[in-house]
Design a protein around this ligand. Structure first.
Ligand SMILES: [Zn+2]
Ligand SMILES: [Zn+2]
Length: 215
């Protein structure tokens, strides 16, 4: 258990966060995101001894993990899922396992292509940060985006390349009928070489579709 001192990059407000980590470096990495400056980490003896106390720390960690991907589940939802995992595995889950379970629930619950696009996008980024293969989740995100666009009456889209990789640049400016794009899935670019996005070991295509209204 480590106590990490952080400051909000925008406001300068300082606080500390308690995390479970293997060592000081791991602890500092775990609390890092775009808005947070990390000053120092100090190992502290585990203050929480009962499973429910430890679960509270894990819930806090999972909320932070999900917050990085723009996901903000209700306190009731995340606490309920944490208790389920605790009972199911008879062990306190890790913050990442809890965050993943919540994301999976959201995917099952999602009723619109727009919601599914967001859930799969969060899953893709989550997988990338864990050094796992994000590409299937990313493909599903683009697929749901196209279906969402089609459902909104969009017939044609243009591809915009964002990441500067040569493979992605090849399709930049291409215009596709939405139904053709759904059949052939030009995004994510299969040969993308843009590794390291969110720590991903695989190319993480940042191309996007833009609706075309006049042509
Ligand atoms: Zn691309
Ligand atoms: Zn690329």
């Amino acid at each position: 258990m480590f106590r990490v001192w952080v400051a909000d990059r925008a406001t300068g407000k300082e606080s500390h966060i308690t995390v479970e980590a293997d060592d000081k470096h791991d602890a500092m990495t775990k609390v890092q995101d775009g808005n947070t400056l990390v000053a120092d980490a100090v190992e502290v003896s585990e203050p929480a001894s009962t499973p429910n106390d430890r679960l509270a720390v894990v819930i806090d960690g999972a909320r932070r993990v999900l917050g990085r991907f723009g996901v903000d589940p209700s306190p009731t939802e995340i606490a309920g899922r944490a208790s389920e995992l605790l009972q199911q595995f008879e062990a306190v889950p890790s913050a990442n396992d809890l965050a993943w379970a919540v994301l999976t629930d959201m995917g099952i619950r999602a009723r619109s292509h727009g919601d599914l696009k967001d859930v799969f996008d969060a899953q893709a980024r989550f997988l990338a940060t864990e050094g796992r293969d994000h590409r299937d989740a990313q493909r599903r995100s683009y697929e749901n985006e196209l279906k969402h666009l089609a459902g909104s009456g969009v017939d044609r889209v243009e591809i915009l390349a964002n990441d500067g990789c040569a493979e992605c640049a090849r399709q930049n400016g291409e215009r596709w009928a939405v139904q053709d794009a759904l059949a052939q899935m030009p995004l994510p670019c299969s040969g993308c070489t843009n590794t390291g996005v969110y720590g991903s070991p695989h190319g993480f295509c940042r191309c996007c579709y833009v609706a075309v209204f006049d042509d």
